[in-house]
Design a protein around this ligand. Structure first.
Ligand code: AHN
Ligand code: ZN
Length: 332
């Protein structure tokens, strides 16, 4: 892996020198793909950002831990040189509770017109409704919440401390993805209700973008990207909305030696933040989300249980996802 990266660095330097020659910069700049310098993704660093979130306790909307974690995320992104915006709003939960939610938006190279949107949800579920014990208590969400944010914080650190990609990057941490409704809740729902109580932050953002004319070339959503032996199938909405980006990501994963995670198999649609980014904001977005359509659990065994804590987290998985997403972004 080291050798591979070194090779790319050398080719990157040659490309850079070539770019300095008059008249050749145009040719180099318009080259669609090809070896570029890709900075190193530090999995220990990502792991530390994951643990820092879990250490606040469950990040359930309207709780002190939720507010403290929000402030931590804003301060890290500012520390990493991003232009940060907090998009705060209220949203109604399934049971009528009004939730104080905040999407956190961090921009790099805001003047660049070609942009990539990277996202993850930062809130955690208020109940362990798939658990047999303490089902009414909130979960720590080490994987379901903290993992995607941790990978993107590490990318933010790399962008500020190593080098920037050629494209502009916007990172959005969506709030209120996982409040949803409890597993056993349905009788009280009006039969024809079109309201979805999942993905409240992305639903709000898609209707109220931080810049009214905002768009991006494409987006990548990270959800549950930190568990040991995770598998990422090519999910339905992603394939429908951004087939070429799905191929690019999965091929990059395989090229980098992470084929055990990026499975070349299709799976059906999943309701997640990318649905609203795709169909409402009209930005093609791919979801990298742990699931296994062949397993009885579908989402992993720990999903929405108290087992979703630091014990299931693997630096290798964080690294596989981080390296793959970085590779794709730095090829643009
Ligand atoms: C539902 O379970 C409705 N969607 C899967 C998306 C999800 C839940 N991601 C994290 N938690
Ligand atoms: Zn969840």
């Amino acid at each position: 892996m080291k050798k591979f990266r070194q090779q790319y660095t050398i080719i990157g330097i040659i490309a850079l020198l070539a770019a300095c020659q008059p008249n050749q910069s145009e040719t180099v700049a318009t080259e669609p793909t090809g070896p570029r310098y890709v900075p190193n993704f530090n999995a220990d660093s990502a792991y530390a950002y994951l643990k820092a979130q879990v250490d606040f306790g469950p990040r359930v909307p309207n709780s002190a831990a939720h507010r403290e974690c929000r402030d931590y995320l804003v301060s890290k992104l500012e520390q990493f040189g991003a232009q940060v915006q907090l998009q705060s709003f209220e949203a109604r939960a399934y049971d009528g509770t009004m939730l104080d939610l905040s999407n956190i938006i961090a921009s790099y190279q805001p003047k660049k017109s070609k942009r990539i949107l990277l996202a993850a949800h930062w809130d955690t579920r208020p109940y362990a409704d798939k658990d047999s014990v303490r089902a009414e208590e909130p979960i720590l969400g080490a994987n379901d919440g903290a993992s995607g944010v941790a990978v993107l914080l590490e990318m933010a650190r790399v962008m500020s401390q190593d080098s920037l990609p050629d494209v502009g990057v916007d990172i959005i941490f969506f709030d209120g993805e996982d409040y949803g409704e409890p597993e056993d809740y349905d009788e009280l729902q009006p039969e024809n209700s079109q309201q979805v109580y999942w993905c409240l932050g992305s639903q709000y953002w898609a209707k109220n973008k931080h810049e009214p004319r905002y768009s991006a070339y494409y987006g990548i959503l990270l959800d549950m990207v930190g568990a040991k032996n995770a598998t990422f199938y090519r999910e339905g909405v992603s394939r429908q909305a951004a087939p070429s980006i799905v191929k690019r990501i999965w091929d990059a994963g395989h090229q980098l030696g992470h084929g055990q995670y990026f499975i070349y198999k299709d799976s059906p649609d999943i309701v997640d933040d990318h649905v609203y980014v795709n169909y409402q904001a009209k930005i093609p977005m791919v979801n990298i989300i742990e699931h296994d359509p062949a397993s009885e659990f579908y989402f992993a065994r720990y999903h929405h249980t108290h087992a979703d804590d630091m014990n299931i987290i693997s630096r290798e998985t964080l690294e596989a996802v981080g390296e793959t997403v970085m590779y794709v972004v730095y090829q643009e």
